[in-house]
Design a protein around this ligand. Structure first.
Ligand SMILES: Cc1ncc(COP(=O)(O)O)c(C=O)c1O
Length: 372
């Protein structure tokens, strides 16, 4: 199989009632961003092809947000397609792409599917999934063309500091000038309550590329709108050409709605950050109540976290029984294998469900933990 199968596909195709596997914030409903001006413009929208780099006003709006120019932005079908296009445009046969594990599965799986050599730096729960920069560089070679880091990380919400990113970028510049550093910032704006948003890495150094999207923090994954930033405008044009050769353009309807989402972003964030902090607080309490059975890494951002089933309570059979019971009770959780971890770990998303439903789901999960 060119693309290895991964049970994460069940998140799309088999939705259970108590879904704490999802990594997004609450789904946005169109009426939240609806107004007269939008309604009128929508009725008159021409459904022609879009442009290769994407809708100009949308790129300008994203450029404003990142403090870069619109020519440094290409619109993509979510971050996922941004990562795909970056690999496709930067790498040749026999080149190496380095990324971390655990990670968003397509990022890891695409590398070999596209014919490049995959190098994975394994991060561990015990080290709070932090990455040691020297260890990272021990895996970089002259053939490494792309390093993909994720901040905040899926499934743990662990972040890289600006100082770390700058150090990696400068070391690459000095030792491996042909290698680019891609920072996947898909969860960057998904903070809690009044916490500061993590600054973007866009514009920090010329060898840095970033991708992000409207999927997680804005609650609009179904729009399939994301972006890729590079300071190199010629590279952005290349990305546009690669896009034209694969999907031609983004959907003009998606781009149109995305622009409205960004215009209403402050309100969207406000409600979702209040929701996320409530979810996080509830999850914190739940972890404390169940500390005999589980431990966790408290996330820095992103409405998700990683939970470990403790060794002294869960042997291999108990772990399997745990997942079977969850499924039988309609609880959807993301087992560690989705991300390149073992099944002892699972991801718990606390931003997707309404708080009342999240509370019911966590109570059910407590029941399952105590049963096994
Ligand atoms: C770290 C990370 N990157 C990228 C993506 C892709 O998201 P999208 O293509 O919807 O922006 C995901 C989705 O779960 C993710 O977790």
């Amino acid at each position: 199989m060119k693309f290895p199968s991964n049970d994460i596909i069940s998140l799309l195709d088999e939705r259970l009632e108590f879904n704490v596997a999802e990594s997004t914030n609450k789904d946005l409903i169109l009426k939240e961003i609806w107004d007269d001006e939008f309604s009128k413009a929508l009725m008159n929208l021409k459904l022609d092809y879009g442009t290769s780099q994407g809708n100009k006003p949308l790129r300008e709006k994203i450029g404003e947000k990142l403090k870069v120019t619109s020519n440094q932005i290409a619109i993509t079908n979510g971050s996922a397609f941004g990562i795909f296009l970056a690999m496709l445009c930067l790498c040749e046969k026999n080149d190496e792409v380095l990324t971390v594990q655990p990670n968003f599965p397509p990022t890891m799986d695409l590398i070999e599917s596209l014919g490049f050599k995959r190098v994975l730096v394994k991060l561990s729960f015990e080290e709070e999934y932090r990455m040691d920069i020297d260890r990272l560089f021990s895996q970089v070679t002259d053939k490494t063309k792309l390093i993909i880091l994720v901040s905040p990380l899926n499934p743990t919400g662990t972040i890289h500091t600006k100082t770390e990113i700058v150090e990696i970028s400068e070391r690459l510049n000095n030792q491996y000038p042909n290698c680019k550093l891609l920072i996947d910032e898909t969860y960057r704006e998904a903070t809690y309550g009044d916490n500061d948003v993590i600054p973007t890495c866009a514009g920090l150094r010329d060898n840095i590329i970033t991708v992000s999207s409207l999927s997680k923090c804005h609650g609009t994954p179904g729009l399939r709108i994301g972006w890729l930033y590079s300071s190199d405008e010629q590279f952005i044009q290349q990305v546009g050409i690669a896009k034209m050769n694969t999907v031609i353009s983004n959907s003009v309807l998606d781009e149109f709605v995305a622009l409205q989402v960004l215009k209403k972003e402050d309100e969207i964030f406000k409600s979702r950050r209040i929701h996320s902090i409530a979810g996080l607080e509830l999850t914190k309490k739940w972890v404390e109540q169940n500390k005999e059975f589980i431990s966790w890494i408290e996330p820095k951002a992103g409405a998700l976290c990683c939970i470990k089933l403790k060794e002294d309570k869960f042997d291999k059979d108990h772990i399997e029984a745990f997942y079977s019971s969850c499924k039988a009770m309609g609880i959807q959780i993301a087992n560690g294998e989705w991300f390149g971890e073992s099944r002892r770990y699972f991801r718990l998303g606390f931003g997707y469900l309404e708080i009342e439903k999240l509370s019911i789901t966590l109570n059910k999960l407590s029941e399952v933990l105590r049963k096994e």
